[in-house]
Design a protein around this ligand. Sequence first.
Ligand SMILES: [Zn+2]
Ligand SMILES: [Zn+2]
Length: 164
Amino acid sequence: MFPPLLILYDPNLELSEVEEIAEHLVTTYNIKIQELKEYKLDYKTYDKKRDQFDGQKLLNMLIDKENLRFFFWIVKNDLYVPAMNFVFGLASQYYGALVSFHRLESSEMKIKESIHECGHILGLEHCQNSCVMQYSTSLKEAEKKPSSLCKDCQKNIEENQRNF
Ligand SMILES: [Zn+2]
Ligand SMILES: [Zn+2]
């Protein structure tokens, strides 16, 4: 069984918005939420020239320094990883994930990308089907994919849940 998910969020976000995301994660993945907790970005990971935060460093800090497991962190600032201009989010399977709302305006898109990153936490890979786990590098691509899991991913999640 997966442990309850710890949800961290930028203090500048509305709690109601975070609660809505949490509800969708609960219904999509049949998981429990441990806690919703405000958590600030560490400016050590801020790149002044890019005006972005290094997502990989942020993720590593929580895993290696804070020793957190099964966390989902929602931030407002723009994120990058070294090889890309920006990322909507990033994840480390069975550890945790980060999602940025910076480029996502509608609540539909925020929910969709949150479901996607949370899928990675629960062990899902990217998927070629019509599925929320499709890989997207642009807003257009992200808008096109559905907000739900395909049957294959649904099955994989159930198997991962049993084996965890
Ligand atoms: Zn992904
Ligand atoms: Zn799928």
